[in-house]
Design a protein around this ligand. Structure first.
Ligand code: 9Z3
Length: 320
């Protein structure tokens, strides 16, 4: 019998990126979550969100980070749930989180008060200050419904190694539900890393003079994800640039290389109000008008609406 094919990325992942101790346990959790929801007739989306951290020392004092607040991923999770999806939310520890994201800028103690006022000696019941949190009841209600229906499975990462191993585990777990799975890869992932065997153990000493770093290129995880780990899934990657003039070309090149279904292309400064969804055949500009912004419309609502329709078409084509 032929040996199962092990891609070179599998080998690299095992040797050069520390494997998180809980990866198998998380994989089983994700597989059970996916089967449960697929059997209930739901589609499942794996959202990655937030930036990866690349340590420079194994007892890490310093690290390289990628910019991302996690807002794209967190708000998209809410719109996917509203569209009937179950969501695996693979996110950077402490980046924005669905529902609570709305209250991140509020100091918790400013949002609470003593019932009956703050008179000296009043240490009675603590209640919410509704001026500080005007829509807390509505959001709490939705959050509790989502929790009760088990529609959101949060998984955390901090380092690039954790991200890569957990994404691979997620892809293998979701492969069992075929085309009902969507991958929405919004996390900002480092292109550079220091292999585990080459990383200094202790804090790099400034007494040794200026620091010169040599980092390797991170293996392109999209390639085995699309070809080997979850070949039937609907896969969306994100392309971030700061130079708008190269954005669409880079997005098209990514589609040509990895042969996945779509790229959401965005420029750092305008990402809240303008993205282009690029597929092999189409190119859709999604734009928020001033009126939309006034009405607090979020661009993620448009992105999710575009992609959920495309996913439905994709599933129909697979069945036909
Ligand atoms: C994105 O482009 C996301 O839209 C943002 C969202 C990170 C800009 P925020 O979290 O921002 O709401 O603050 N994500 C993908 C970024 C990325 O690293 N892409 C790589 C690339 O462009 C790999 S496909 O080369």
């Amino acid at each position: 019998m032929a040996e199962p094919r092990i891609s070179s990325i599998d080998g690299k992942l095992a040797e050069e990126f520390a494997v998180p101790s809980h990866v198998e346990e998380v994989k089983e959790k994700m597989a059970a979550f996916a089967s449960f929801h697929a059997e209930a007739g739901r589609k499942v989306v794996l959202i990655t969100s937030g930036g990866t951290k690349v340590p420079l020392e194994s007892r890490t004092v310093r690290f390289l980070d990628n910019f991302s607040s996690g807002r794209r991923g967190a708000s998209s999770a809410e719109y996917f749930i509203d569209s009937g999806y179950a969501v695996i939310f693979l996110h950077r520890h402490r980046s924005l989180y669905p529902y609570t994201r709305m209250f991140l800028t509020i100091n918790m103690l400013d949002a609470l008060e003593f019932q009956g006022g703050g008179a000296p000696g009043n240490t009675g019941e603590v209640v919410v200050n509704h001026q500080v949190l005007p829509n807390i009841a509505k959001v709490l209600k939705r959050y509790e419904e989502v929790k009760k229906s088990r529609l959101l499975l949060p998984i955390e990462f901090s380092t690039l190694s954790e991200y890569l191993h957990l994404l691979k585990a997620a892809a293998q777990a979701l492969s069992k539900i075929g085309s009902k799975a969507m991958f929405y890869l919004a996390a900002a992932v480092s292109d550079f890393y220091i292999p585990a065997p080459e990383m200094p153990e202790h804090k790099i000493q400034s007494s040794n003079g200026p620091l010169q770093l040599s980092m390797k290129m991170v293996p392109k995880i999209l390639s085995p994800l699309v070809k080997e780990w979850a070949p039937q899934a609907f896969v969306i990657s994100f392309k971030l640039e700061t130079d708008a003039s190269i954005l669409l070309d880079k997005a098209r090149r990514a589609l040509d290389t990895y042969r996945h279904q779509a790229v959401v292309a965005n420029v750092l400064d305008s990402r809240r109000g303008y993205v282009v969804v690029v597929t092999p055949e189409t190119q859709a500009e999604l734009i928020l008008t001033e009126e939309d912004v006034k009405n607090e419309v979020e661009i993620e609502e448009r992105i999710v609406s575009n992609l959920t329709s495309a996913h439905d078409n994709f599933i129909t084509q697979q069945v036909a």
